[in-house]
Write a protein that binds this ligand. Structure first.
Ligand code: 5AD
Ligand code: SF4
Length: 509
């Protein structure tokens, strides 16, 4: 693939600036990985405007809270935090409080009525954040919740807020077009748009050059990633191609991605994963429900059968690939049989892990407007508990299958229980704990699994691993390059033949 479209990035700093002489900003982040990455974009913009990061709200001149609206309890937590910020504002008169993210977008001016809030800024207004702070000098509260069809923050290098300096998030797209009936995201994050792939590759390269060993490509539905070159609409990049471009940066850079959508996940992505040992064998494939009636009502656009067909394809192409999921218990009119269908699907797939939730009505979504939230709370809780209990059993069974096997682990931190032990994850995203034996954060090691719980693998280091050496897969790269060469030769032969034909036709004319 040719890279012909280049874009300059304005902000180069990768790590936070801490300097007590500069105005101090404190950022609190709730919700998904995307929000974590958005906070990093906000910090990048503010650092450019002369701010430095501080580690507590008591020291901050500006307190920002990046919010989540996905379920009601996420929003309730934020309201609670606003009361804490109000106390801080009473203590220190000039402190500024800004609400960012999905809740800012959903509630807009309603949030400005809270006495703690000075600024409300939606997910597409982060370039404007320094101006919003400055504009408070006028004495007026400030708001920008305009959603964009183009904004991807492609030219902004996020200032990394992770603790370990090993793994980082890269947003490859924003928004969502899927309109699942229960979900507020299309309303709070707007329409789907894909980011320029060159800026993504450059960001990943910059991270690798700064010592990072793992990137996670983020989008609400990565499989619908599609970038079309505005200068040449015949040139486009899909998700499988983007994944390949990032994987090619270096075999020592691990690549992960989230979230996959069962209706869009094609075989191309699976074959790309099979080709590159540094693309981790883990797919997060939210199912939401095992009942066709519920899937239809949720507007998920696949059936149980179609979902299972995708799972079978993953198993066929990537036999050691972990599959995780999201499940919602007690959606509108869910019957006991629907719930049983979810449990049976979970068993059929044998998920390695899952995020599990009770349905929470979100105002203005299709479900809120057209369906009745009629499963009683106690029943939702019972069903959710059954789902969690089953998943615990499945997670344990999945972990037990790893006993005695050797996995390559990227060391990400020190164990909470002991300084002598390190933690990391297998490609399948399973957390692993093992004795340090002189290794350090950022190293790759091969570990043998000796015991496990449903949440963690206990392991021992068997040898130092180079990612290339530890790769158990066939190296398709050589085959691929050969095929490319053969392709070129074929193209030349065909072109020659066509030219000959045109030549002889012209001769005749
Ligand atoms: N209630 C409960 N869970 C929800 N999710 C999204 N919207 C809701 C809701 N209204 C869950 C879905 C999604 C995950 C990110 O959050 O399972 O995949
Ligand atoms: Fe929400 Fe569905 Fe989009 Fe995920 S794919 S963000 S669940 S609308």
């Amino acid at each position: 693939m040719q890279i012909i479209y280049q874009m300059e990035n304005k902000y180069k700093s990768v790590r936070p600036i801490t300097d007590n002489n500069l105005p101090q900003v404190f950022i609190e982040t709730y919700g998904c990985q995307m929000n974590v990455n958005d906070s990093e974009v906000v910090l990048s913009v503010l650092q450019q405007a002369g701010y430095a990061l501080c580690d507590s709200l008591e020291k901050a001149d500006v307190i920002l809270v990046n919010t989540c609206s996905i379920r009601d309890n996420a929003e309730q937590r934020i309201w609670g935090r606003l009361d804490v910020f109000l106390q801080e504002k009473k203590r220190r008169k000039n402190v500024i409080v800004g609400i960012l993210g999905c809740m800012a977008e959903r509630l807009k001016a309603e949030l400005l009525q809270h006495p703690a809030v000075d600024i409300v800024a939606g997910p597409d207004s982060y370039r404007d954040i320094a101006r919003l702070v400055k504009a408070l000098d006028s004495g007026e509260k400030q708001i920008n919740t305009i959603l964009s069809h183009e904004e991807t923050y492609a030219d902004i290098s996020p200032v990394r807020l992770d603790k370990n300096g090993v793994s980082a998030f890269i947003s490859i797209m924003r928004g969502c077009n899927n309109m699942c009936s229960y979900c507020v995201v299309p309303y709070t994050r707007g329409a789907e748009r894909s980011r320029d792939p060159h800026s993504i590759v450059r960001e990943a390269q910059e991270l690798f050059d700064n010592g990072y060993k793992e990137v996670t490509l983020l989008g609400q539905n990565v499989d619908s990633y599609k970038w079309v070159n505005p200068d040449n609409p015949t040139e486009s990049v899909n998700f499988a191609q983007l994944l390949e471009l990032v994987a090619l940066i270096d075999p020592k850079l691990r690549v992960r991605f989230s979230t996959s959508h069962p209706k869009d996940m094609g075989n191309g992505v699976l074959y790309t994963m099979a080709m590159y040992p540094n693309i981790c064998n883990h797919i997060h494939l939210p199912v939401q429900s095992g009942s066709d009636a519920m899937l239809l009502k949720m507007n998920r656009k696949y059936t149980r059968e179609k979902y299972m067909e995708r799972v079978a394809k993953i198993r066929e192409i990537l036999p050691d690939c972990a599959i995780s999921t999201d499940i919602i218990a007690g959606f509108c009119s869910e019957t006991e049989q629907d719930h049983q269908d979810t449990l049976s699907l979970m068993k059929e797939v044998g998920y390695d892990s899952a995020f599990m939730f009770q349905y929470s009505l979100r105002p203005n979504t299709k479900a809120a407007r057209h369906f009745v939230d009629d499963v009683p709370l106690a029943e939702k809780t019972r069903r959710l508990n059954e789902i969690i209990e089953l998943q615990n059993t499945l997670s344990l069974a999945s972990n037990q299958k790893t006993l005695g096997k050797v996995y390559q682990v990227l060391i990400e931190g020190v164990s909470k229980r002991s300084d002598e032990q390190l933690v990391g994850r297998t490609p399948q995203n399973k957390a692993c704990v093992f004795d340090a034996k002189g290794y350090k954060i950022g190293d790759y090691v091969n570990v043998k699994i000796i015991s496990c719980t449903s949440a963690t693998l206990i392991a021992e280091i068997v040898e130092e691993a180079t990612p290339e050496g530890a790769a158990k897969k066939i190296d398709f790269n050589d085959i691929r390059n050969d095929l490319k060469e053969i392709g070129k030769d074929l193209k030349n032969i065909i072109n020659k033949e066509i030219n000959n034909l045109i030549g002889s036709k012209n001769d005749k004319d």
